[in-house]
Design a protein around this ligand. Structure first.
Ligand SMILES: [Zn+2]
Length: 98
């Protein structure tokens, strides 16, 4: 029986880099719906926080100022979607990472 690639292996295909920050697998704004539909728990939230925090600075650098692009707080909310984060916290975080 052939083991199907699941979970983390499949997720690896859903990656992105600047300056566009679009998912390489499906073209959605990264992190795409595959990431956003992960069943969330405290462990995963901790892993995601460690990984996606690394994207914040380059993503803000690349995306801010693009025509019709997201604002830095919107970028924070987009990349840290798994956290309950207020607009105020998103603004403060954006200031730290720009
Ligand atoms: Zn994707």
């Amino acid at each position: 029986m052939v083991r199907r690639a699941r979970g983390p292996v499949a997720l690896e295909l859903h990656c992105a880099a600047g300056p566009a920050w679009l998912c390489e697998a499906d073209g959605e704004p990264f992190p795409c719906s595959v990431w956003r539909s992960l069943p969330m728990d405290d462990h995963l939230r901790g892993v995601l926080l460690a990984v996606f925090t690394l994207f914040l600075r380059p993503a803000i650098r690349d995306l801010r100022g693009q025509p019709d692009g997201p604002t830095p707080p919107e970028i924070v909310e987009r990349f840290l979607w798994f956290l309950p984060i207020s607009d105020e916290e998103a603004r403060a975080t954006a200031l730290r990472y720009r």
